[in-house]
Design a binder for this molecule. Structure first.
Ligand SMILES: C[S@@+](CC[C@H](N)C(=O)[O-])C[C@H]1O[C@@H](n2cnc3c(N)ncnc32)[C@H](O)[C@@H]1O
Length: 215
């Protein structure tokens, strides 16, 4: 039987936060509507805006995304890195990549995006050089290994950003989510394990977003 999720913030507070967000352009709005209809777990506009802001704040020019689906979060990163920036899209599904290319072309940023299909961590290993930001949104059991693979690939001052780090509240509830919950809890422990190496904050926005600065 599926376990009930916990509210991360009170539903009224969540609706208030959503009410503040300005309307998105046609392509993002279309992606959001499709995600809603087809139950595709995109980060949504509250978190998308955070990504755009993080890219602006850090002047990021190289962003590696682990788990990109139809390219919604990719769109926010690609817009955030601006002209001359690069984003690596990765997903296990050819079909998702096909759809993402269409959306990102229509969104005017496809030329900044490298599309890779396969295991995301292996895709990252195939790209040379350091990244300003690595964003992780793959299947949750893969989170601890993804973190271990990502940290050495970041420049100093670079960010590891991880979605779903409150995992429907199950990390706190003690029930629900099985192996995924265990893996997210492990990731959270690892991100907070050594402040001198990397400084983490888990932001209780939507389903939880962790931002970890490599020192
Ligand atoms: C939560 S969705 C990504 C949503 C996307 N980041 C967004 O917010 O628009 C996770 C995606 O990662 C892909 N995925 C899961 N595990 C993966 C892995 N180990 N390697 C590559 N892709 C993976 C799935 O196919 C799925 O499309």
């Amino acid at each position: 039987m599926p376990r009930k999720r916990l509210d991360i913030v009170h539903p009224k507070v969540a609706r208030y936060l959503e009410s503040l967000v300005p309307p998105r352009d046609r392509v993002l709005a279309e992606m959001e509507a499709r995600a809603e209809r087809e139950d595709i777990p995109i980060v949504g506009p509250l978190v998308g805006r955070l990504f755009y802001q993080l890219a602006l704040m850090t002047g990021a020019k190289r962003v590696m995304e682990l788990g990109s689906a139809i390219g919604y979060s990719t769109m926010w990163w690609a817009r955030g890195v601006g002209e001359g920036g690069e984003v690596w899209y990765t997903d296990a599904s050819e079909e998702n990549a096909h759809d993402a290319i269409q959306y990102l072309e229509r969104g005017g940023v496809a030329q900044r995006v490298h599309f890779m299909v396969g295991d995301a961590v292996q895709c990252m290993a195939a790209v040379k050089g350091k990244f300003d930001i690595v964003f992780c949104d793959i299947d949750k059991p893969g989170y601890p290994a993804a973190l271990r693979a990502a940290m050495p690939r970041l420049r100093r001052g670079g960010l590891l950003v991880v979605d779903n780090t409150l995992w429907r509240g199950w990390v706190a509830s003690g029930w629900g989510g099985g192996d995924s919950t265990k893996a997210v809890r492990r990731l959270n422990q690892l991100t907070y394990a050594d402040d001198d190496a990397a400084f983490a904050v888990l932001i209780p926005l939507r389903d939880g977003v962790s931002v970890v600065v490599k020192r």
